[in-house]
Design a protein around this ligand. Structure first.
Ligand SMILES: [Zn+2]
Length: 402
C-alpha cells in the first residue's frame, strides 16, 4: 500500500508526540548487599506501581511508563536477572528471584525521594531470609492426641551443648537449638505428648562426641520418635547466598532432595472447635485426666507397650521420611522460609536410632540476615510451632500401632 505524504506526516507527528510524553525509564540499578540484592527504579514523581510476588519472580507493573524491552542477566544469589517488557500502556519489570517470593516473604519495598530533581526511587530488596518474624497468632491449644490408651512419647534433641558450641554466628548454635527444643516440648506437652529432652541446659553427656551422641540416641529406645534440632552454617564464600530450612532422614543410599509444599497455619476459629474436644477418658493407664503443662511426670517406660515392635530398617526409613516431610511442610508454613528440601544423610543421631528419626536444620547462622532471624524469639516460636505441628500430624496420620 502506498502511503500518501499527508499520512506520513501525521504518522511522524504522532510518533514524536508519543516519545515526548513518555520518556523511557532508565534501567534499574542493581546493588549487592550483605544477604540481599537491592533493585532501585528511578521513577517520575507521579508514577504509580503494582508489585506481585509470583514465586520464582517478582512482577512490577508501571502504568503509563515506557521501557526499552530486553532480558538482562544478573549473577547474585537473590537475583538471577530481569526482564523489561513494554505492554500497550504500561511497562513491566520482572525480577527473576531464585530464592522465591511470596506475599509473606522474599522481598521488601520502600519509596524514597530522588537524590536529584523531583522524582522518586522505588527500592526493592530481595532475600530469601526476609521471612515471617511476626509474633505467632494466639492459637488455641493443640488438639489433645493419644494413641489407644497410651500417650505418645517423643525425644527432642537440642543438638550440641556444653563444650561443643556447634555452628557459630551471631549466636552459638547450641543456644538456638535449646531455645527451640524447649518450645517444641511446650507445644507437644500441651497436646498430651510425653517429651524427653536430651538436655535442658548448656550441657552434654560427655566431652567425647561419640559417647555423647550414643547417649542421646539411647534415650529413643521404646519411644515413638526422635527429632534432633540444629542450625547450619556454610563457608564464608557462600554465606550471603545460603539460607532456609532443610530436614534430614537416614538413608543408606544417596537420594535426591524433594521439596514439599508449605502447609499454611490453620485459620484460628476452625481449629478452635477441634481444640475443645475433650480427651478420651477410658484408659487403663490414665483415668482420663487431661495433662496440664505442668504434668511432667511420664509414665514409667516399662508400663508402655513398645510402639514399634520389630520395625525393620526399611520401614523405619519410610516413616522417618514421612515425618521429615510433615515437619518441613509445617515449619515452612509457619515461617515462610526458603525450602531447602527433605534430604537424606548419614548423621549419627538419625542413623543409629531404633525409631523414626529426623534432624532439622533450622537455617544458616552464617547468613547475614538469617543469622539474625535465629536470634528473634518470635521467629523461634514459629519454628518451634512448625516442628511440633509436623510431629503431631505425623503421629495422628502416619505413625503405626495407633
Ligand atoms: Zn548442629
Amino acid at each position: 500500500m502506498k502511503m500518501s505524504r499527508l499520512h506520513l506526516r501525521l504518522l511522524m507527528a504522532a510518533l514524536l508526540s508519543t516519545s515526548a510524553l513518555a520518556q523511557s525509564l532508565p534501567p534499574p540499578r542493581i546493588g549487592d548487599q550483605p544477604g540481599f540484592a537491592r533493585v532501585v527504579l528511578d521513577l517520575p514523581k507521579e508514577a504509580t506501581y503494582q508489585i506481585e510476588p509470583l514465586g520464582a519472580a517478582l512482577r512490577v507493573t508501571l502504568p503509563g511508563q515506557t521501557v526499552a524491552p530486553g532480558l538482562h542477566f544478573v549473577s547474585l544469589p537473590e537475583l538471577a536477572g530481569y526482564v523489561l517488557e513494554q505492554h500497550e500502556n504500561q511497562a513491566v519489570l520482572i525480577l527473576l528471584t531464585p530464592q522465591g517470593v511470596t506475599p509473606r516473604s522474599g522481598y521488601k519495598t520502600m519509596t524514597l525521594a530522588a537524590l536529584q530533581g523531583d522524582g522518586q526511587r522505588l527500592v526493592i530488596d530481595l532475600s530469601g531470609a526476609f521471612v515471617d518474624t511476626s509474633p505467632l497468632p494466639a492459637f488455641p491449644e493443640f488438639r489433645f492426641i493419644r494413641s489407644g490408651g497410651r500417650r505418645f512419647s517423643v525425644v527432642v534433641d537440642a543438638g550440641h551443648g556444653g563444650p561443643d558450641p556447634g555452628a557459630l554466628g551471631p549466636v552459638a548454635e547450641k543456644a538456638v537449638n535449646l531455645e527451640v527444643a524447649l518450645r517444641v516440648r511446650r507445644f507437644l506437652q500441651n497436646a498430651g505428648v510425653e517429651v524427653v529432652l536430651t538436655r535442658e541446659s548448656d550441657t552434654a553427656f560427655s566431652p567425647d562426641k561419640r559417647t555423647d551422641l550414643a547417649q542421646r540416641v539411647a534415650l529413643a529406645e521404646g519411644k515413638d520418635l526422635f527429632v534432633s534440632i540444629h542450625a547450619n552454617a556454610t563457608v564464608p564464600a557462600r554465606a550471603d547466598g545460603w539460607c532456609g530450612l532443610e530436614v534430614y532422614y537416614y538413608s543408606p543410599d544417596t537420594t535426591r532432595p524433594f521439596f514439599p509444599s508449605p502447609v499454611p497455619l490453620p485459620p484460628t476459629p476452625l481449629d478452635a472447635l477441634e481444640a475443645v474436644q475433650p480427651p478420651p477418658a477410658q484408659s487403663p493407664l490414665d483415668p482420663g485426666a487431661q495433662p496440664s503443662p505442668e504434668d511432667l511426670n511420664p509414665l514409667p517406660p516399662q508400663s508402655l507397650p513398645s510402639p514399634t515392635p520389630q520395625m525393620d530398617s526399611l520401614r523405619r526409613m519410610e516413616l522417618s521420611r514421612t515425618l521429615a516431610t510433615r515437619v518441613l511442610s509445617y515449619t515452612l508454613g509457619a515461617t515462610a522460609a526458603v525450602n531447602r528440601g527433605v534430604r537424606s544423610a548419614n548423621f549419627y543421631v538419625i542413623r543409629y536410632t531404633s525409631v523414626p528419626a529426623i534432624l532439622v536444620e533450622m537455617g544458616y547462622l552464617s547468613h547475614p540476615i538469617e543469622g539474625q532471624n535465629l536470634r528473634n524469639p518470635h521467629y523461634l516460636d514459629r519454628i518451634g510451632y512448625g516442628i511440633a505441628r509436623g510431629i503431631l500430624e505425623y503421629l495422628e496420620n502416619d505413625h503405626p500401632f495407633k
